[in-house]
Design a protein around this ligand. Structure first.
Ligand code: AMP
Length: 298
C-alpha cells in the first residue's frame, strides 16, 4: 500500500468497488490513520453483509448483494471473470471450489397499470388478477382509506379532498407507491389500481421505476360509458358504504376530475406504446377473461 500524496491532517474519502470480508478496508483505514488523515470516510458500491466482518463503519453503501462471489468489470476471483460486463456468480464443483462462472439472468418485475374511470371495476378485477399472476395489488384509494380509518395526519389531510371527489396531492400518492415498491417482497410484480391519475404521477412513476432499472409493463384500460359509471357507483355505494360513492354531486365531480386530469394519460401511454384498451362492459367474468388474456401476453 503506498500513497502518492500527503494525507496528514486531510479528510479522505475512500471509494471502494466492493467490500467483502472487509480485510482491505480495515487495513486501509488503519494505514490512513497512521499517515495522519484527520477524517476518513468509507463508501462502497457493493457490500456483502453476510461476509463483512470488519469493525470499520461504512459511511455509504450503494447496494447490498448476496454472498455468492460476484464478478464484473475489474472484479475477478482467481483469474475467473476478469473484465466481464455483467454480474456473475461462481459455480462451485463438488468439493466447493469455485471453477466456472454462471451468468445470472436479470429478472425484471412486472408493473401493470389497471386504468379506467371510477366505477369501471378496477378493484374487483384487480383482486382476481393478482392471484392469477402472483402480483401485489396497490390501490392508492385503499391505502388512503386505511390512513383515514387510522385517523393519521395523512388520512385527515386526504379526507376532505376524497369526500369532495377531488384528487389528493401528487406527492402523497407517489410517496405511498414508492414505499410499497420498496417494502413488498416475494411477488412477481405489481398491479396498480387508481394510480397514476395525473400526468405528473405518471412521470413520477417512470422516474421511480427507472431508478430500479424497471419500467411500466403495460396499461390495461377498462373503458365504460359515463352513464354506466353512475350505475356502478350507485351499486357499490349500497355494498361498501363509501362516503364518496353516496353523493351525486361528489360522483359528478369525480367523473369530471377523471376526464380533466386522468384521461390525458390515455394519450401519454399510447405515445409510450403501453396502452391496451379493454371493453369494461358485460359481466364480471367476461371482463375478467378479457383482462387475463391481455395480461398473459406479458
Ligand atoms: P379510488 O378508490 O381509486 O376510487 O380512490 C378514491 C379517492 O382517493 C379518489 O377519488 C381520490 O380522491 C383519492 N385518490 C386515490 N388514488 C389517487 C391518486 N392516484 N391521486 C390522487 N388522488 C387519489
Amino acid at each position: 500500500m503506498g500513497l502518492t500524496t500527503d494525507v496528514k491532517g486531510r479528510k479522505v474519502i475512500v471509494v471502494e468497488d466492493i467490500v467483502d470480508t472487509g480485510t482491505t478496508i480495515v487495513a486501509l483505514k488503519k494505514f490512513l490513520q497512521e499517515q495522519g488523515a484527520s477524517d476518513i470516510r468509507i463508501c462502497t458500491m457493493l457490500l456483502k453483509p453476510a461476509s463483512y466482518k470488519g469493525d470499520v463503519k461504512l459511511d455509504y453503501v450503494a447496494m447490498e448483494i448476496p454472498n455468492d462471489f460476484i464478478v464484473g468489470f475489474g472484479l475477478d476471483y482467481d483469474n475467473l471473470g476478469r473484465s466481464y460486463k455483467d454480474i456473475y456468480v461462481l459455480d462451485t464443483d463438488s468439493d466447493g471450489t469455485p471453477d466456472t462462472i454462471i451468468n445470472i439472468p436479470e429478472k425484471h418485475m412486472k408493473y401493470f397499470i389497471l386504468f379506467g374511470p371510477p366505477g369501471a371495476g378496477k378493484g374487483t378485477q384487480a383482486t382476481a388478477m393478482v392471484e392469477n399472476f402472483h402480483l401485489c395489488q396497490l390501490s392508492t384509494g385503499d391505502l388512503l382509506r386505511k390512513e383515514m380509518a387510522a385517523g393519521s395526519e395523512l388520512g385527515l389531510k386526504a379526507k376532505a379532498l376524497i369526500n369532495a371527489g377531488e384528487l389528493v396531492p401528487d406527492e402523497i400518492v407517489e410517496g405511498m407507491i414508492e414505499k410499497q415498491f420498496d417494502t413488498v417482497k416475494g411477488v412477481e410484480g405489481f398491479l396498480l389500481d387508481g394510480f397514476p391519475r395525473t400526468i405528473a404521477q405518471a412521470e413520477a412513476l417512470n422516474a421511480i421505476l427507472a431508478k430500479k432499472g424497471e419500467e411500466v409493463t403495460s396499461v390495461v384500460s377498462l373503458m365504460i360509458p359515463d352513464e354506466m359509471i353512475k350505475e356502478r357507483i350507485a351499486h357499490r355505494a349500497a355494498i361498501e358504504g363509501r362516503a364518496d360513492d353516496a353523493n351525486e354531486e361528489v360522483i359528478a365531480n369525480r367523473i369530471r376530475t377523471y376526464h380533466d386530469k386522468t384521461e390525458p394519460l390515455v394519450a401519454f401511454y399510447k405515445g409510450a406504446g403501453k396502452y391496451n384498451e379493454i371493453d369494461g362492459t358485460g359481466t364480471i367474468e367476461e371482463v375478467r377473461g378479457r383482462i387475463a388474456d391481455l395480461m398473459s401476453k406479458y
